[in-house]
Each structure stands twice: as C-alpha cells, then as structure tokens.
Design a protein around this ligand. Sequence first.
Ligand code: NIG
Ligand code: FE
Length: 419
Amino acid sequence: MKLLIKNIKELIQVEKSPKLKVAGREMANLETIKDAYLYIDKGKIAEFGTMADIGQSSVVSQQSSIKKIDAKGKMVFPCWCDSHTHLVYPQSREIEYIDKIKGLSYEEIARRGGGILNSAKKMHETSEDELVESALKRLEEITIYGTGAVEIKSGYGLNFENELKMLRVIRRLKEISPLTIKATFLGAHAIPAEYKKNQSEYVDLIINEMIPMIASDELADYIDVFCDRGFFTVEDTDRILMAGMKYGLRPKIHANELDYSGGIQVGVKYNALSVDHLEFTRDEEIKVLLDSETMPTVLPGAAFFLGMVYAPVRKMIDSGLPVALGSDFNPGSAPSGNMQFILSIGSIAYKMLPEEGINATTINGAYAMGISEELGSIAVGKKANVFITKEIPTYEYMPYAFGSNKVETVILNGKIIKQ
Ligand code: NIG
Ligand code: FE
C-alpha cells in the first residue's frame, strides 16, 4: 500500500544520515520538520519533507493510487521501541502486590516463594495456546499506546520444558503479530525451589541442556541473566554468558537493580547489547560503560511501582553515555507496557529532557534490541512503523501530559493498524 500523510504539524525524529544510537549531549538533539509530509511505500519510509516541497517530489507526483491522510494539527513520530519486556506470562499478580503495599520488599516476597517462582508455578499449568492468546491482547494494548517493536523474554518457565514452551510462544507471536519482536532466553531469571541448595546445578542445566536446544531450534535472538543480590552471581553469569556466546547468543542482561552486583562489568565483558535496570550505578560502572558498545537501559516503571531508588540517569547522560528507556512490562515489578507513561516517568524521575526521553524510547531502544538500522527514527528505507498523534500543541506535550493516550493512529509495516 502507498500512503501519504500530509499537513503534518511536526514530523519528529527525522534523520538524513541515520545513526545507530545517540549518546551524551547529543541525546538532547531531536531533528524535526514542521508542516511536513511522509510518504510510505511497500511498508517502508520512501520520502519525507516539507509541504512546500511536495510539489517537486517526483516520487509522490508519479503515484496515482495513494491513500492520503490529512494530519492537520497532528504530529507523526516513529513508533516506540520497547527493548525490555516479560509480556508472556500466565497471570497477573495483584494479590501479591497487596503484601508489597503492606511493606514487604520485592526480595522478601520472592523468598516466600512469591514473585517469579509464583509465575513459574502457574506457567507450568498454562498451555501454549492460552499464553499466545493472553500475550496477543497485551501486544494489542501496547500498540494502542504507540509501540512498534518489542523484545520479549522467557524466564517464567525455569525448567527445560517450560522455558522452551515460552520461547515457542514468542516465536508464534513473531509470526502472528504485526509488531517487530525479538526473543530473549532468560532461563536464569530465578533459582527454582528444587535447586535452592545447589544453584550451580541449575546453571549446569541452563548451559548443558537449555542453551544447545534453544540455539539449534533458533528460538532466541539474545540471552539474559538476572545478575543481582539473591539471584545469580557474577560467576554464574560469567558461565552462562560464555556458553551463550559459543552459540551466538549476544547478552542483554538484568544488572544492578538491587545492589552493586558486578552485573554491569560482566555484561560489558561479554559485549552485551544492553545492561538493564542500573539503579546501583557509580562512577566505576559509568567508566566501564563508556568504554563499551553496550546500551545502558533503564526501566523506570519498575522503580516507580516497587518504590525503589531510581538509576542516576542524569549523571549517566552528563558523563557521555547513551541511555534507552524500556517498560519492563511484567506481572511482578511493572504491570504496564505503556511507553508514553515510561517517557513521562523519564522526565519526572530522571529529569530527562523531552528530546532525551524521545531518543531513549526510539532510536536507543531500537539499538538495545539490535534493530536500529531498520527502526527507531524517520529515515528513508526504514520500516514504516510510525504513529500519528491526536491534535497536540508541541512534542514536549508527549512526556508532560502523563496518563492520557496521545496516540490516534498507528501504522505498522506501512499498514494502518489502529485509528
Ligand atoms: O525485570 N528483575 C527481575 N525480573 C523482572 C521482574 C519479574 C517478576 O517479578 O515477575 C524485572 O523487574
Ligand atoms: Fe526485567
């Protein structure tokens, strides 16, 4: 389908010479075109420019059958790229959240067999079809808020059969959903109760049985470990990432959410695509990240929901680092995949400027899932995953007006998905 969006009040995040990510001071730059058009052909961005120039466009004028959308008063953004979710899960956990409201910590709930282990128990009783059905509803919901690409982790199976089941579900979602999806194997999400006394045996199972089978069935794009206090140690992580690397699985790991766990260092050692959470980040960790290709990814929904400390994002950006924002959509620490809200918390809690937040939820999120060559900005040749806003006064309104949905029309692969 050929699609022309015209009279766009402001076209956001345009790139003439596309970059894979933006870092430090550059994060405060956001290229836009006022009074613009965007032309989409064969699912890709074919051309864009000012309305004043549209008459000179040979590409647009040669087309006879074009669907046209008048976006007067509205803006067009590239869709959000949410690089960290756990949105395949069997059931919500709002009852356990009451314990949290009453004062129990995330770790105390986990030690009682709640938390991730609670989801794992339910996962074992849930069929692949049921998981696909519930995850599709969540994908539809995040699309309505403007997400066009999403990473999804396993990690509620915690045994051979169920970790593979989760990854097969993600594979089916990739086939059915119009969203761009990446799959991450997170067998090392929590230590199953039966391995509590011999954690290294569970690590052996991940290394010797799960990884080889997942790699041979091409079920995962990336590998993850929850490297933190009370979960997996740096030594466990080292062993798992080394095994993953042998099978071509690049790491994207959970690090430094609960403590200065050494997770950032071990992630960078294995050239992780991203290290995520990062609430406990000092100068030492910032230095390690500055010398790397790893995207520091922060998940403010989890810190907000659990009432934990926030990652020192201002300091990270001011030190020259890139930062990506993800939702962490999961039933325990962040039961929302609304990236508009994540963008708002980015400004409220981390003091990110609107431009920094938009870069963090688009191009840097795309980098953190290995797709910034094809998504994350408005550039010729990139996949046409864009959204048209409702009538809004400025792009700065996007993080400011927290809680309301500012997205009106979502276009994925050049097709209108929601209006
Ligand atoms: O990213 N931190 C570890 N894992 C998830 C929480 C998963 C859960 O509680 O179900 C997170 O916050
Ligand atoms: Fe997570």
